[in-house]
Write a protein that binds this ligand. Sequence first.
Ligand SMILES: Nc1ncnc2c1ncn2[C@@H]1O[C@H](COP(=O)(O)OP(=O)(O)OP(=O)(O)O)[C@@H](O)[C@H]1O
Ligand SMILES: [Mg+2]
Length: 228
Amino acid sequence: MNQKQAIKVENIVKHFGKDESLVRVIEDASFQVDKGELVALVAPSGAGKTTLLMMIGCVEEPTNGTVWLGDKKVYDNKWLTSEIRKIRREKIGFIFQAHYLIPFLNVIENVTLIPQTNGVPEKKANKKAMELLEYFGIAEKAYAMPSQLSGGQNQRVAIARALANDPQIILADEPTASLDIERSVSVVRLLKKIAQEQNVAIIMVTHDGRLLPYCNRVLKIEHRQVVM
Ligand SMILES: Nc1ncnc2c1ncn2[C@@H]1O[C@H](COP(=O)(O)OP(=O)(O)OP(=O)(O)O)[C@@H](O)[C@H]1O
Ligand SMILES: [Mg+2]
């Protein structure tokens, strides 16, 4: 086993529905992402980018294939561990396409929710959250409600939240979609820095070609395959 491997997907297949309503999204795709890499995932709308991230994140069940997270095989035609929820909570940070802050929790409560679910004491979780919010220039909004923030500010909170549990893998679905180019570049640079310094594997979906030079590699979905 390769020590550097963070994500390994082999012969993954994903279909939705059946018979006349069968949608073939991914057919027999294989790829690997190493620790420390920031990899862009690029494909047209509807090609299966979100579906692929959700399968890696143990949220959406593949139709077939094998998924490894680190040195653990988590899927082999079925989920292999009873701890899928724990793995999802502790190993993976999600940044969703729609940012999905919880509307009735304030900013800092949103950021500390998962660490606290994982048993991190409140004080420690708050300290880490404030550091992240400061990093993203939104510390003064720590006690604001999501509805009081702009789209871009909401997205920065969502990114801070994904980093709050020190995940080994970050799955980011268009994390910069609602940001201007300057902020987008600074977010991508930050993701690259996190990947390198904390040895985290990051897959980032983007439609913005200007961000690709900041990534280590680009994966594409073409003809239902994942290609480099
Ligand atoms: N729960 C579902 N049931 C049926 N079909 C689905 C479901 N989820 C996704 N699909 C289909 O799978 C295909 C891939 O969808 P997905 O959301 O992964 O695309 P995407 O590449 O993320 O697109 P976008 O860039 O617009 O976000 C689409 O054809 C979509 O309609
Ligand atoms: Mg999508």
